[in-house]
Design a protein around this ligand. Structure first.
Ligand code: SAH
Ligand code: SF4
Length: 433
């Protein structure tokens, strides 16, 4: 979502005649777009901001802005503490970027119901993949999470507007879009929900892959599984944050589902979509997480067998309900649990990756492999990143036979024939070699 917001601001500035600087020393305007979801992220941002102080002293004309969730959370105190910053904008005020970089310095952090940025669609991304925000904000108030306080109330973009943006991407040859929202299952444009949105986006010519995240298990319409199965362009992969494998902790987290309800969704999706891949988010060390709760999480991770997981240590956040709970779990225990969870999940991810050996996959080529420029990176319909041992055109979809697995990455060779070959401009699927 932050990458999307950065693209949004870049689009606003480009429309106003600005061009992207090639290095930070060359820039007249420096914007730090921020995330406040964990303390660690905030600390990194604050030290990044401090590193700009010297530059401002050397070149007093440059303007420095801090945008996104950190200033929204800290409000005016950020400017008081760091007077070399010229302006701060919360996530609902990004449109002010063009005036703020000129003269309207200050603090803009009020929420509005209308900041959907529908009038300017960024239609940018790392070709041939692009994020497309379909909604903003969150109404869920999970007890540990700061997002509802920093991004405000949930609001959906209109289907027409989203289609307009995706069509623009498609005309530029983009092949993969990832629809974004804090909880895409609540997408609602005049009564039309996520399944309808997905079916409409799937009709857009030359978009070959459609992903969506994040799905909240408590609000997961099972009909989405049927749409995923029936529509060939929709990725057979689901990001379904579990957060904890203990129903007691899930209740304290205010997640509104139990461990068994989560398992039911997973069973249904696995019964319906062959080889579907699953990823998740997990938080360990939540206040009052007992050894038994943690064991429940480990058992659940083993039971489900996620293809990948983002795993975090609980980080207390100001304004949230959990911040009022007594945090009984020692830092040392949190670290130990996180390490243990990472160890268990890494083993599962490695085994899953190994199982790709010998398989033939349809791979969308996403770019060159930075480690070996004669190879390409790609992604499957099942959201698995792979390396292809040949330099191929970005945006091509090729059949690849996996020969080996290094770390968690399947590595393969292309079969002779490319699939789905349309050949014009950026959208060409032609193999380079
Ligand atoms: N809307 C998404 C998540 C957005 S935040 C969802 O509901 O799944 C991304 C992830 O950060 C969360 O899924 C959670 O695992 C983690 N997270 C959020 N707040 C946190 C906190 N206070 N401490 C540690 N991890 C946190
Ligand atoms: Fe945070 Fe919960 Fe909203 Fe996700 S659904 S952004 S975890 S409050």
């Amino acid at each position: 979502m932050n990458i999307y917001d950065s693209n949004l601001m870049a689009s606003f500035l480009e429309e106003d005649g600005y061009i992207e600087a090639q290095s930070i020393e060359e820039a007249d305007v420096i914007i730090v777009n921020t995330c406040a979801v964990r303390e660690h992220a905030v600390n990194r941002v604050l030290s990044r901001i401090d590193s700009l102080k010297g530059l401002k002293k050397k070149y007093p004309h440059i303007r420095i802005g801090v945008t996104g969730c950190v200033p929204q959370h800290l409000k005016g105190t950020l400017l008081e503490k760091k007077p070399f910053i010229d302006f701060v904008l919360g996530p609902d005020n990004l449109k002010r970027i063009t005036s703020s970089v000129k003269d309207k310095a200050g603090v803009f952090v009020e929420f509005t119901d209308t900041a959907l940025y529908s009038e300017v669609s960024p239609a940018r991304g790392k070709f041939p993949e692009a994020f497309v925000s379909v909604m903003r904000g969150c109404n869920n108030f999970c007890s540990y999470c700061v997002v509802p306080y920093t991004r405000g109330k949930e609001k959906s973009r209109s289907i027409e507007n989203i289609v307009h943006e995706v069509s623009k991407l498609s005309k530029r040859g983009y092949k993969r879009v990832i629809l974004l929202g804090q909880n895409v299952n609540n997408y609602n444009d005049r009564g039309n929900g996520l399944p309808y949105l997905l079916s409409i986006i799937a009709k857009i010519k030359s978009i070959e892959r459609i992903g969506f995240l994040t799905s909240h298990p408590a609000y997961f319409p099972l009909v989405v599984i049927d749409v995923m199965k029936d529509e060939p362009k929709i990725e057979k992969s689901l990001h379904l944050p579990l957060q904890s494998g203990s129903s007691r902790i899930l209740k304290l987290m205010k997640r509104n589902y139990t461990k068994d309800e989560y398992i039911k969704i997973v069973d249904k999706i696995r019964d319906t979509i062959e080889d579907v891949t699953l990823s998740t988010d997990i938080v360990v060390g939540f206040p009052d997480e007992k050894e038994k709760d943690f064991t429940d999480t480990i058992n659940m991770v083993k039971r489900i067998g996620f293809d990948s997981a983002y795993m975090f240590k609980y980080s207390p956040r100001k304004s949230t309900l959990a911040n009022t709970f007594v945090d009984t779990v020692k830092e040392e225990t949190k670290k130990k649990r996180l390490n243990e969870l990472i160890r268990v999940q890494s083993e599962i991810t490695r085994n899953k990756s190994e199982s790709y050996k010998g398989k033939v996959l349809d791979v969308l080529i996403t770019g060159e492999n930075e480690k070996n420029l004669l190879e390409s990176n790609g992604i499957t319909l099942y959201n698995k990143r792979v390396v292809v041992k040949e330099k191929l055109r970005k945006g091509a979809i090729v059949k690849v036979r996996v020969e080996e697995v290094k770390g968690w990455t399947p590595i393969g060779v292309p079969l002779k024939e490319a699939i789905g070959s349309k050949q014009s401009g950026e959208s060409s699927h032609r193999l380079l070699s």
